[in-house]
Design a protein. Structure first.
Length: 65
């Protein structure tokens, strides 16, 4: 009977450790996804800004020269 209780006690922390490890993986994955999406959004707006500046320069050049 004592060995069953000891086995149950030693199994419980392993379950908690696995749950915490799983939670850490989920949080890390969420952060990586958020950073990746942030980078994609930043890249998109940078390209849009450059395109707008080029369009303005082209329009001014076309109208003036």
């Amino acid at each position: 009977m004592d060995t069953q209780v000891e086995a149950h006690r030693s199994r419980s922390p392993a379950v908690v450790r696995k749950a915490v490890a799983g939670l850490v993986l989920v949080v890390a994955a969420a952060l990586v996804i958020k950073l990746a999406l942030g980078f994609v959004v930043w890249l998109f707006w940078t390209i849009v800004t450059v395109a707008v500046v080029v369009a303005i320069i082209w329009a001014i050049k076309t109208l003036i020269w």
